[in-house]
Design a protein around this ligand. Structure first.
Ligand code: AR6
Length: 188
């Protein structure tokens, strides 16, 4: 697409000068026209419910085939919590899916560093691919039960110092309460 080419030109010319813009959107991650969408996956990399299920449904079988190849190779034991790895985005309007595994919420153990790792490692993988634009869901706030207010603070802090080359970091929030939690956290 033309605008991607333009952005790539800007990035190459002014590598260190471009700051990432943070955007909050109430909507569906699978409809985002960005270079990378981040999947809130599980360690099996073989699909699940929530946003993971939506990505595989809309992206088609190519994504699962790529995940199976990862499992057959370097990721035989699955993807560890906090780590990130890229595949094709199949039929999604994005170029790549970066799969990451969020921590399950615990009331007794502080797993915040792992949630921050998900964001930082996803950004690093995206930057290594040459991506300029990336969209995240609210990782761990669904099936993994992380409270949205806390997740929003951790996510926004973790992406504040993005690798060079990333110009847009978009959080795509699926419901109004999660969107509001992120909006409040941006003002803190
Ligand atoms: N677009 C944007 N956000 C979405 C969408 C969508 N299409 N669908 C759901 N969400 P979850 P987790 C929101 O459960 O908590 C899966 O089974 C959702 O409302 O998708 O990290 C995996 O395979 C919530 O705010 O991910 C794992 O087993 C957020 O995305 C496990 O769930 C994250 O909810 C991971 O749990």
């Amino acid at each position: 697409m033309r605008w991607r080419g333009v952005l790539a030109g800007v990035r190459r010319g002014r590598h260190h000068a471009v700051m990432a813009r943070i955007e909050l959107v109430l909507g569906d991650l699978t409809e985002q026209h960005v270079d990378v969408v981040v999947n809130a996956a599980n360690s099996s990399l073989l699909g699940g419910g929530g946003v993971d299920g939506a990505i595989h449904r809309k992206g088609g079988p190519e994504i699962l085939a790529a995940c199976r190849e990862l499992r057959a190779g370097h990721y035989g034991g699955g993807l560890k919590t906090g780590q990130a790895v890229a595949t094709t985005a199949g039929r999604l309007p994005a170029e790549w899916v970066v799969h990451t595994v969020g921590p399950v919420w615990s009331a007794t153990e502080d797993r915040s560093a792992l949630l921050a790792d998900c964001h930082r490692n996803s950004l690093r993988v995206a930057a290594d691919l040459g991506a300029g634009t990336i969209a995240f869901p609210a990782i761990s706030t669904g099936v993994y039960r992380w409270p949205a207010t806390s997740a929003a603070r951790i996510a926004l802090a973790a992406v504040a110092d993005a690798p060079a080359g990333l110009t847009t970091i978009r959080f795509v929030l699926f419901d109004r309460a999660t969107y509001d939690a992120f909006r409040v956290a941006t003002g803190e």
